[in-house]
Design a binder for this molecule. Structure first.
Ligand code: ING
Length: 308
């Protein structure tokens, strides 16, 4: 048994006017609750420190830089790292990263129990668009403000297991999961900010969005025999609703814990990393069963139907 007691720390809405200090105080409260419940690891959402600002169009992209962090830890987040170290809890959270050489990424980090950053991931699948789109009921400008991640899909051997991260839209792409699966990942952590309304298909409805969200998590977990911890920023931010759906999924694809609210809420589950062994050594023993000579996946980006 290699049990990691995981806390999925969902955040409710963060308004445009909410400063980072207010948000970090909410994150600290969830971390204290996690410590009281014996967590080894706490996972926070994508872009956990600010409102989901890619919904706003800034003519001058530099005007969006106020939503980015120039270093990590920094003054606003140092209390989080200090509390994690005090309690001996590893943490993971997402934030907008502005690098010293001027690159913009939608990033997440993972620390060990000493509070040292042992892993970083930069979101690769950026949904949405670059320019203001008047056809949409709301904007989703991640392609305007972020560059695609340049770190690949790494995994990190820490705290007795193999951990990986992805972010939000990444969960909808099987490549995300398989690349980490091919590195033996035993737990994938991801944060998400998912509008409950499809800006191009108003009639879709939140139930359909929740179905696709869970389908993505459960398929990724099952097909790569890995635990999945998915954490929402949820609720209504300046009039725009983000869906909940924070969940922990076991290596057989079953949801074993799920948040009930759209507010700050911690769900906890003891995850035995050895539970990944059966899937990885039988049905998803990649070495025994995969036939990559037939896989087009890395040699072709777009779909190419047969020419009639
Ligand atoms: N948000 C959404 C997500 O992938 C989205 C965007 C929703 C794209 C539904 C397609 C369908 O969950 C982020 N931040 O990626």
């Amino acid at each position: 048994m290699r049990t990691v007691t995981v806390g999925a720390a969902q955040l409710g809405p963060i308004q445009k006017a909410d400063g980072r200090q207010v948000v970090v105080a909410r994150m600290l409260a969830l971390l204290e609750e996690a410590a009281a419940k014996g967590c080894d690891l706490v996972v926070f959402p994508e872009l956990a420190l600010t409102t989901f600002f890619p919904r706003w169009h800034f003519e001058d992209r530099a005007d969006a830089d106020e939503w980015f962090e120039r270093e990590m830890p920094n003054a606003a987040t140092q209390p989080l790292f200090d509390a994690a170290r005090k309690h001996g809890i590893a943490i993971s959270f997402g934030f907008a990263e502005l690098t010293p050489d001027g690159h913009h990424f939608n990033t997440s980090i993972l620390t060990d129990k000493s509070g040292a950053i042992v892993g970083k991931y930069r979101k690769i699948h950026l949904p949405g668009h670059v320019e203001f789109d008047p056809e949409r009921t709301h904007q989703h400008l991640e392609k305007r403000y972020f560059e695609p991640g340049d770190l690949g899909f790494p995994v990190f051997a820490t705290e007795g297991g193999i951990f990986g991260m992805c972010i939000c839209n990444d969960r909808r792409w099987p490549e995300t999961w398989r690349v980490m699966g091919l590195q033996g990942v035993e737990m994938v952590m991801l944060g998400f900010n998912t509008p409950s309304v499809n800006s191009q298909k108003g009639e879709e409805g939140i139930e359909e969005r929740m179905f696709h969200h869970k389908l993505s998590l459960q398929a990724g977990a099952y097909q790569n025999a890995t635990w999945v911890v998915a954490v929402a920023k949820a609720g209504t931010e300046d009039g725009h609703h983000l869906m909940g759906g924070t969940a922990i999924v076991d290596p057989e694809g079953h949801i074993v814990a799920e948040a009930k609210s759209e507010d700050d809420e911690l769900i906890v589950h003891p995850c035995d990393l050895d539970a990944t062994r059966f899937g990885k050594t039988t049905i998803f023993n990649f070495a025994a069963h995969r036939r990559i000579e037939h896989c087009l996946i890395t040699s072709q980006t777009e779909a190419r139907p047969p020419v009639k």
